[in-house]
Design a protein around this ligand. Structure first.
Ligand code: NAG
Ligand code: NAG
Ligand code: NAG
Ligand code: NAG
Ligand code: NAG
Ligand code: NAG
Ligand code: NAG
Ligand code: NAG
Length: 726
């Protein structure tokens, strides 16, 4: 205790002595009780001066002598009290663990933190702490776990951190920490997890980082780190995850990377790396994900990469790679389920024609890759993933309600935050009704009887900048859109640790799930199916033509079309929607969408126009007619066997063939629209406005052909249909 006092600042020492003076008559346990009382963390009903021991309090553990050893307030709402109030005095000489994760604490981390010299575990993450990390932290030499992530800390990483030689886990991500990484970090020889991502760190990576040979996780992404990759990085023999994405690192990817014999994930994307891919990477047999996209990497891709048996995700897009990759090599590779090579000007995938032929044929590689790998693999993944609810991730949290973090509007009466927590029993899995593009979806019946749907980000997702962005994007877009065929957003909560959206509840769930359930699919007769297609058309036409600026959805799938009790459709899931700049005909953007629904040009040219939605709509409408994803039809549109298929052969067999005049008319109309929308050239696809007019115009019969005689070929060539109309 005395040695602790000698290190705190003079002012703090004065404060401590002053507080002692008032407590001189108290014994040590009484002093702890008094300090807990003054912390403001426990209300007076729980703790008051007549209480002689704090050990019966919730969240407190004591030792045999009645002195506090563990405090675990994570998730309690401490009503924005200052951390300084708790640390006002040296009152917890035996505290080994302090966990105040996500409790709404404010203020800075005071130098008095040094008085907790026995601490081994300190978690202050997910609060609103400001100021910088005090150098006095050096006195917490017993710490093995330090988590200050997800606060509003600024200033530099203190060199003093280098004194915490017992640290195993150091989590400082998602703050505003600036300056460079001090070389003293190399002293933390026991460090296993170092997470500094999502700060404002600058400067070079100190080569001392490579001394941390016990490191399993090194996450430095989303900073402004520069300089080159330390040449000794291969010394990190225990490393499983290396994340350096979104920085300004330059120079070569060093060959020593090949020494990371336990590595599973390497993400170097969005940097300025400019050498070639070192062949040594190809010896990383444990590697499952390699992302080198958005750099300036040159040279050829070493083919041995495709022989890595555990590599499932490979992203080399947007570099300056060149050379020819035989498609046979890609097909040989057993494990890769997604691969991105687009945005490399001189890179081609070639199809060797015949074993000895010197003639090579360049194929449109991105499309073929997405077809070869993703339609087969990712669609299956999608199907499995989206019709259930596997997660229980909502924590018991009580976020505060002030500021703009919680906003609900436009609903008869108010929805209170507490009502939502109560209605879902704090997001209990029993209320979960599915998972969306991100997050889980819950059903909540409010006290007034109304039912709403809630989409809540998983805690891990809320920490991912890209998903956070989807969330805010969805709020921003949906507040602009008011249409009966677009899901209504009633409000949202965007507390750091509990982010959710409140929507109109759609009783029958997604079109995808209805089509995948035989009984429900039968209920969805031809009239209802055509009606659903019309609803989607109206929604997209409104977004593309009645909004300024126009909005592209970018992820139109049967999963994102929801049905109410009347089986009427609304378009949902606006996480990837994009406002289109009317002054530019095409817009570069990062890839968005779901495999199997993405227009070919969007997959390889990274452009977004309304016409990408038109294509995806075509897939969704065709899936609605067929009752299942039309992947075989899509991949063979140009083959004569597909053209010779009869429309009646591809229609959902669970319904009887349409017979009434209006059903026949409508099904043929939808089918002819579908194939126009699936045109490979975006310019030849109709606009959603044209499509919506076609639905309104019911005067002329479409064709004189008998329904049984209409083939896909006819539908792909509307002139044939029209001329028959004559
Ligand atoms: C002090 O706490 C006890 C229980 O912890 C409670 O019964 C009592 O009413 C409290 N006294 C005051 C003055 O708040
Ligand atoms: C610390 O305690 C002193 C004396 O009890 C008090 O005057 C001061 O306001 C307290 N500081 C904080 C931050 O609570
Ligand atoms: C670590 O804790 C022990 C008691 O468990 C204490 O004696 C020692 O001073 C602490 N070490 C440091 C560096 O604070
Ligand atoms: C870090 O940010 C603070 C303001 O928060 C600024 O005063 C300081 O100069 C910055 N330091 C560096 C090294 O950028
Ligand atoms: C390790 O790093 C990855 C990102 O590369 C992250 O998703 C994961 O949560 C980290 N693991 C731990 C235990 O911190
Ligand atoms: C890579 O970039 C660095 C720094 O911008 C430069 O000095 C170096 O010449 C570049 N190397 C290559 C191979 O382009
Ligand atoms: C590849 O993955 C499997 C399953 O995850 C694992 O058992 C195996 O050890 C991995 N192989 C290597 C070389 O890491
Ligand atoms: C990949 O493995 C196959 C069979 O295991 C082998 O025939 C081929 O030569 C290997 N390719 C490369 C580039 O190492």
């Amino acid at each position: 205790m005395v040695s602790s006092i000698s290190i705190v600042s003079f002012a703090a020492a004065v404060a401590i002595v002053a507080s002692w003076a008032s407590q001189l008559v108290l014994g040590s346990v009484e002093k702890e009780t008094k300090a807990l009382l003054e912390s403001g963390w426990w209300s007076h009903e729980y703790l008051n001066s007549t209480t002689t021991t704090p050990c019966n309090l919730i969240a407190i553990t004591c030792n045999a002598a009645g002195s506090v050893t563990h405090i675990s307030m994570n998730g309690y709402n401490l009503y924005q009290t200052k951390l300084g109030r708790f640390l006002n005095g040296s009152s917890f000489p035996n505290l080994v663990s302090l966990n105040v994760d996500g409790a709404g604490l404010i203020g800075s981390i005071p130098p008095e933190i040094a008085t907790l010299s026995k601490l081994t575990y300190l978690d202050l993450s997910g609060n609103y702490l400001t100021g910088s990390i005090p150098p006095e932290i050096r006195e917490l030499g017993n710490l093995t776990h330090l988590d200050l992530s997800d606060n509003e800390l600024h200033g530099p990483l203190p060199q003093a951190l280098g004194h915490l030689s017992k640290l195993k886990n150091l989590h400082l991500m998602s703050n505003g920490i600036n300056g460079s990484i001090p070389p003293e970090i190399g002293n933390l020889k026991n460090l296993e997890i170092l997470e500094l991502q999502n700060n404002h760190l600058t400067g070079a990576l100190p080569s001392a980082l490579c001394d941390l040979t016990n490191l399993r996780n090194l996450s430095l992404g989303w900073n402004q780190l520069g300089g080159s990759m330390p040449s000794r990085i291969g010394d990190l023999k225990s490393l499983r995850s290396l994340q350096l994405c979104y920085n300004r690192l330059t120079g070569p990817i060093v060959p020593s990377l090949g020494g990371l014999e336990n590595i599973e994930l390497i993400d170097l994307s969005e940097n300025l790396f400019n050498g070639s891919i070192p062949i040594e990477i190809c010896s990383l047999s444990t590697l499952t994900r390699l992302d080198l996209s958005y750099n300036s990497i040159v040279g050829q891709i070493p083919f041995q990469l495709f022989n890595l048996t555990n590599l499932t995700n490979l992203n080399l897009a947007f570099n300056n790679l060149n050379g020819n990759i035989p498609s046979s090599i890609l097909q040989q590779s057993k494990m890769i389920s997604s691969i991105y090579l687009d945005g490399n000007n001189d890179l081609s995938i070639i199809d060797k024609v015949g074993p000895n032929s010197r003639k090579i044929r360049i194929i449109a590689f991105t499309v073929s890759i997405i077809l070869v790998f993703s339609i087969l693999v990712l669609i299956i993944v999608t199907v499995v993933r989206k019709c259930g609810c596997k997660y229980k991730t909502c924590q018991s949290l009580t976020p505060s309600k002030n500021g703009d973090i919680f906003s609900i509007w436009n609903y008869d009466g108010n929805i209170a935050y507490e009502d939502i927590i109560q209605a879902t029993e704090d997001f209990d899995i029993r209320y979960c009704i599915g998972t969306g593009g991100y997050g889980s979806v819950y059903r909540a019946q409010l006290p007034n009887g109304k039912v709403v749907a809630l989409k809540k980000l998983h805690t891990s997702e809320a920490e991912e900048p890209a998903l956070k962005k989807s969330f805010t994007n969805e709020v921003k877009t949906l507040t602009e859109l008011k249409h009966r065929n677009i899901v209504r957003l009633y409000g949202f909560c965007s507390h750091k640790r509990c982010m959710f959206l409140i929507y109109q509840y759609m009783e029958r769930g997604s079109l995808f799930c209805v089509l995948n359930n035989d009984a429900e699919a039968k209920e969805l007769d031809w009239r209802k199916r055509v009606n659903i297609v019309k609803g989607i058309v109206n929604a997209l036409s409104y977004m593309h033509h009645d909004c300024t600026p126009p909005i592209a959805h970018r992820d139109v799938t049967t999963n994102n079309v929801l049905l109410n009790s009347e089986l009427e459709a609304v378009v949902a899931d606006f996480g990837t929607a994009k406002f289109l700049d009317p002054d530019s005909s095409t817009q570069n953007t990062i890839f968005a969408g779901t495999y199997g629904y993405v227009a070919p040009e969007a997959a390889y040219a990274m452009v977004v126009t309304e016409k990408c939605d038109v294509y995806s709509f075509g897939v969704v409408a065709l899936e609605t007619l067929m009752g299942k994803h039309p992947k075989e039809v899509l991949s063979s549109l140009s083959s004569s066997s597909t053209r010779n298929l009869m429309l009646t052969e591809i229609l959902d067999k669970r319904l009887s063939t349409p017979t009434s005049r209006s059903d026949v008319h409508n099904v043929v109309l939808v089918a002819s629209i579908v194939f126009a929308c699936l045109h490979a050239n975006p310019q030849n696809r109709p606009t959603m406005e044209t499509v919506s007019k076609q639905f309104l115009d019911r005067r002329t019969p479409l064709t004189n052909l008998c329904f049984q005689e209409i083939s896909i070929g006819h539908l792909m060539n509307p002139q044939v249909l029209l001329s028959i109309n004559g």
